[in-house]
Design a binder for this molecule. Structure first.
Ligand code: NAD
Length: 477
């Protein structure tokens, strides 16, 4: 077990604790124990954060790119040095197995390193006219960013939210999730310890809707960055639209996985089963709807269920644990009700379909097959450890199912036929596609969706350009 750190707001480089502020409890999802007391920002705190962000922006936008890069590199190094400690804090507040938490911290470090390089490659261009006149296209940081990160990846989500803006020369006020605050604070602290000024990277907590209304209602904030549900995303997009603020929206998904009958079933299962239950399925790019071609359907479905039943569920601190608890009490409640609805409508429950133990937010790795399309779980993001497996006759039917929903985040296809891979890639409505694999995320590739999964990208060069404005300068010689 780990000592859980005391919690604070991070405003202007100062750690502001619970004294005189409303508080919220932080709960260990494996034990339901209260492990921390989190201060909520008052309206005055938020005004101070905004003033700082305004000042910080003026400093950071004028800080030369190599100096910004050095700070990001140093923060990456600090995250690596602190990764064991941060991973244990992450497991305590979020539940996932410690090695998964450590992987998250290391990914965050790699992202800062990537952005350190990328911030030195913010090039404009010059248009030279035949008469000797010229126009310059220049990039400028958009301004202070208000960023809201969820609880499922408490390190990566915060690193994504702050990394792009800082690389671009923006200041940022981030709200890590109130349920997983200490990991987000550790990421921000690494940046401050690395030399990012306290006015440039700040962290606040409170009632999410109060904070987002306050920050987005301020003319100081020039950009919104949000990761979370489509429903909240639409609400925040409207708030941002009132101030015509730029926005990056990374919202829900319902990942279709097309498995064609030219594949070896065990080869596919070896990869998709661990991917499905990673982070107890609480992953926006989780493979969810398994769209399986007729002749391999039974073998795939039964093999999936056998493997799901073998997954070791337990406290994320136990070395034997392969899947931890869900992150909060809402998740098993939602999964339970979605599975009951699917069962009532005729789905077969081949694995799981029940809670595990009577303490903590544990839910068994579950497999549902022959799930009617009208079941809620086939239409709403389950965000939990549930695989939905259905049978389809051919490529057209499989693609129709893949594109049936409004979600368009990650999609997966498994086939040995190269021409079919190309057809499927073109036809599929998604921001990210994995072919014969399960990974859709890399620090140097844009991460984001289409349709109701949002717009804009994080990671990759696009994670920086998303925080830049263009200025065309027409100079008369
Ligand atoms: P939720 O939809 O209320 O919250 C999702 C996230 O948005 C949380 O981090 C929350 O703090 C934040 N949030 C909520 N209202 C906000 C507001 N007005 N302003 C700013 N931030 C706000 O509920 P939840 O139970 O936390 O999550 C439920 C669903 O959210 C999941 O089923 C899943 O679909 C989605 N989700 C997606 C991601 C992702 O990575 N895309 C991450 C977490 C949750």
């Amino acid at each position: 077990m780990t000592d859980y750190p005391s919690l604070h707001l991070l405003i202007g480089g100062e750690k502001l604790g619970t004294d005189g502020r409303e508080t919220r409890d932080v709960i260990d999802p494996a034990t339901e124990e209260t492990i921390g007391s989190l201060p909520c920002a008052s309206s005055d705190d938020l005004d101070r954060a905004l003033e700082n962000a305004d000042k910080g922006f003026k400093v950071w936008r004028n800080t030369p790119a190599p100096k910004r890069a050095k700070a990001l590199q140093k923060a990456a190094q600090l995250l690596r040095e602190r990764s064991d400690e941060i991973a244990r804090i992450l497991t305590r507040e979020q539940g996932k197995p410690v090695p998964e938490g450590k992987g998250e911290v290391l990914y965050s470090a790699n992202l800062f390193d990537f952005y350190a390089g990328e911030c030195q490659r913010i090039y404009g261009r010059t248009l030279v006219r035949p008469d000797g006149q010229a126009a310059r296209i220049e990039y400028e940081p958009v301004g202070p960013v208000a960023a809201f990160a969820p609880w499922n990846f408490p390190a990566i989500n915060v690193a994504r939210k702050v990394g792009g803006p800082l690389a671009a020369g923006c200041s940022v006020i981030v709200k890590p999730d109130e349920e997983t605050p200490a990991t987000g604070l550790a990421v921000c602290q690494a940046l401050l310890d690395a030399g990012v000024p306290g006015e440039v990277c700040q962290a606040v907590f409170g009632v999410p809707d109060d904070i987002s209304r306050h920050l987005l209602g301020s003319p100081i904030v020039k950009k919104l960055s949000f990761t979370g549900s489509t429903e909240v995303g639409k609400h925040l997009a409207k708030l941002a639209a009132e101030g015509l603020k730029k926005a990056t929206m990374e919202l829900g998904g319902h990942g279709p996985v097309l498995v064609f009958d030219d594949m070896d079933v065990d080869t596919v299962l070896d990869q998709v089963v661990p991917a499905k239950y990673r982070n107890a399925g609480q992953v926006c790019v989780s493979p969810t709807r398994f769209i399986v071609q007729d002749s391999i359907y039974e073998k795939f479905r039964d093999g999936f269920a056998t493997r799901a039943k073998a997954i070791q569920v337990g406290n994320g601190f136990d070395e034997a644990t392969q899947m931890g608890p869900m992150a909060n009490a809402r998740r098993p409640d939602t999964i339970e009700s979605m599975i009951a609805d699917a069962r009532d409508k005729g789905a077969q429950v081949l694995a799981g379909g029940e809670r595990v133990g009577n303490q903590g937010f544990f839910y068994a790795p579950s497999v549902l097959a022959d799930v009617p399309l009208e079941a809620e779980i086939m239409n709403e993001e389950p965000f939990g450890p549930v695989a939905l497996i259905n049978r389809y006759a051919d490529e057209d039917a499989m693609l129709a199912e893949a594109n049936r929903l409004q979600y368009g985040l990650a999609a997966y296809a498994w086939t040995q036929d190269r021409a079919r891979r190309q057809r499927v890639t073109r036809a599929i409505e998604a921001g990210m596609v994995a072919l014969n694999g399960t990974n859709v995320s890399a620090v140097d590739a844009p991460f984001g969706g289409v349709k109701w999964s949002g717009y804009g990208s994080e990671d990759g060069a696009e994670g920086v350009t998303a925080c830049l404005n263009l200025k065309s300068v027409h100079e008369t010689l």
